[in-house]
Design a binder for this molecule. Structure first.
Ligand SMILES: [Zn+2]
Length: 154
C-alpha cells in the first residue's frame, strides 16, 4: 500500500490504542495485514528488485508517495483536534516503519534486515502470488477512497 494509506491507518488505529506503545504495535501489525491486499505495485517492485530495469520509475514512485504522505499527515495534524499527539505519532511510525526497514535493506543488504525483508514480502506477495495482481491505477483509486473514509474516523 502507499505510505499515505499506512500512515492514515496507523493514525486511526492509534486513536483506539490506549497508549503510544499499543499505537505503535497496532500500526506495525496493520502494515502487514493491509499489504496482503493486492495493490498494484508488484510490477514496480519486480522491475526494481528482480529485473533491475526502469529502476528510476520505482524510486520516483516511492519519493512521490513519501512526500504526499508527509503532506497528508501534516494536513491531518493541522486540521484535527488530535486527542493524543503521542499516540497519533507512534501509530503513524508503526504504520510506515516496515517500508523504511525494507528500503534500508535495499540500500544496505544488511543480514540483520534480511529476515525482515523476507517476512515483509511474505505478507505483501501472499495473495498476489496466488490470485494475481490488480492494475496500479485501480489500486491507487481504491486507496484514495479508503483514505477518504479513514480520515473521517480521526
Ligand atoms: Zn510494506
Amino acid at each position: 500500500m502507499t505510505l499515505t494509506t499506512h500512515a492514515t491507518l496507523g493514525a486511526v488505529l492509534a486513536k483506539a490504542a490506549g497508549n503510544p506503545l499499543m499505537a505503535f504495535v497496532f500500526g506495525f501489525i496493520s502494515h502487514f495485514l493491509v499489504d496482503m491486499i493486492p495493490h498494484g505495485d508488484t510490477g514496480l517492485s519486480d522491475n526494481f528488485r528482480v529485473h533491475k530495469r526502469r529502476r528510476k520509475q520505482a524510486v520516483a514512485y516511492v519519493a512521490v508517495d513519501a512526500i504526499i504522505a508527509i503532506f497528508f499527515v501534516l494536513m491531518l495534524a493541522n486540521t484535527r483536534d488530535i486527542i493524543s499527539v503521542r499516540n497519533f505519532t507512534w501509530g503513524i511510525i508503526g504504520g510506515v516503519l516496515p517500508d523504511l526497514l525494507v528500503g534500508l535493506y535495499d540500500l544496505t543488504k544488511s543480514p540483520l534486515l534480511k529476515w525482515f525483508f523476507k517476512m515483509h514480502f511474505f505478507f505483501h506477495d501472499y495473495f498476489v502470488k496466488r490470485k494475481g495482481e490488480v492494475p496500479l491505477y485501480y489500486a491507487l483509486m481504491a486507496q484514495v477512497v479508503l483514505i477518504a473514509y479513514l480520515q473521517t474516523k480521526l
